[in-house]
Design a protein around this ligand. Structure first.
Ligand SMILES: N[C@@H](CCC(=O)N[C@@H](CS)C(=O)NCC(=O)O)C(=O)O
Length: 315
């Protein structure tokens, strides 16, 4: 019997993108270890592993560090192919709808959720400086992005919910009888409204089919989770060797050779770069090798979509 690798998720409870991954782990019945990371920078333990990337969540498998939930979903599908996240023949449609959910739907939902009443609820049990630190951190991350006003977001959000409701007219999940990547991606921004900013959850009342679908998604659960500390996770990385890279195609779109010193950063929101040696550039992702004082040699993986690759700028 092949033992599945130990999956370590770096996340925090109120993070919607983390909820997407927690549910996919539950769906695939993959046991996982949970490292709770701070909601705002600084995040020194996470950065030890990623080398700069600070968004949430991050999946660690030994000395391999996977950034972004689109890539994490691919890794989970590889580790445990069943039940499938990308069903044929609608794989392309499922991925495309998921990408729309993780961008347009997510930002519309968050512009609505993070209006003053939502923020007040989120931080009702926290000291007053926590809300301020959160606002300042997210503003610094958003450099150049414009956030919709809550009133505009509310109207768009209602339209999107009606469209989802329409998709659920004759089926229990968005593309059929079983959940797929589209369901997990559409669910997490709505989960935030319903669970984290429930004072604003009235927006869901006009679309009961969506609420019923959300109940079905929530029932999947998070699977078998065990608490783990950041120190333990870093020790796992230090004691591990990154997985051998497949003899995969090297697809060069940039004129940057393997072995070059490069930097990768998100195209929007949280653009802190990760520096390293480019050791793989497949059709779907980049891999950077870096050496960290605490974590040792790690491979940090990013999807191509949504990330920018450049020759490293000298510090
Ligand atoms: N495209 C990324 C988006 C991740 C993202 O924006 N996550 C939010 C939290 S849900 C974040 O990083 N917020 C700032 C932080 O946690 O530091 C993904 O799919 O993982």
């Amino acid at each position: 019997m092949i033992t599945p690798p130990t999956l370590i998720l770096h996340h925090y409870p109120s993070s919607p993108f983390s909820e997407k991954v927690r549910l996919m782990l539950g769906y695939k019945k993959l046991p996982w270890k949970s490292v709770v990371i701070p909601m705002v920078s600084p995040k020194p333990d996470l950065i030890s592993l990623t080398g700069g990337y600070r968004r949430t969540p991050v999946l660690q498998v030994g000395a391999d560090i996977y950034c972004d939930t689109a890539l994490i979903a691919d890794v989970l599908e590889h580790v445990e192919p069943l039940p499938v996240l990308y069903p044929e023949p609608s794989k392309g449609m499922a991925r495309t709808l998921a990408q729309w959910a993780d961008t347009t739907l997510f930002w519309t939902s968050m512009a609505y959720n993070l209006q003053p009443r939502g923020i007040a609820q989120l931080f009702e049990h926290a000291p007053p400086e926590a809300a301020l630190a959160f606002a300042q951190d997210r503003k610094a991350m958003s450099g150049g992005m414009s956030r919709q006003r809550p009133q505009d977001a509310a109207a768009a959000y209602r339209s999107y919910l009606r469209r989802l409701s329409d998709m659920l007219d004759d089926r229990p999940f968005l593309l059929g009888d079983m959940p797929c990547i589209t369901d997990f991606a559409m669910y997490h921004p709505l989960w935030f409204t319903r669970v984290r900013t429930s004072v604003l959850a009235g927006v869901l009342d006009a679309t009961p089919a969506v609420s019923e679908w959300m109940d079905r998604m929530a029932a999947i659960g998070h699977g078998a989770m065990e608490k783990f500390s950041a120190h333990e996770a870093i020790a796992v990385a230090a004691a591990s060797t990154p997985a051998a890279l497949l003899d995969d195609v090297f697809l060069d779109e940039h004129g940057i050779a393997l072995g070059s010193k490069v930097q990768v950063c998100a195209e929007t929101f949280g653009q802190e770069p990760t520096h390293g040696e480019l050791v793989a550039a497949t059709r779907m992702h980049y891999t950077l090798r870096r050496t960290d004082e605490r974590a040792g040699v790690v491979h940090v993986h990013f999807p191509r979509i949504g990330y920018s690759l450049k020759v490293a700028e000298l510090a």
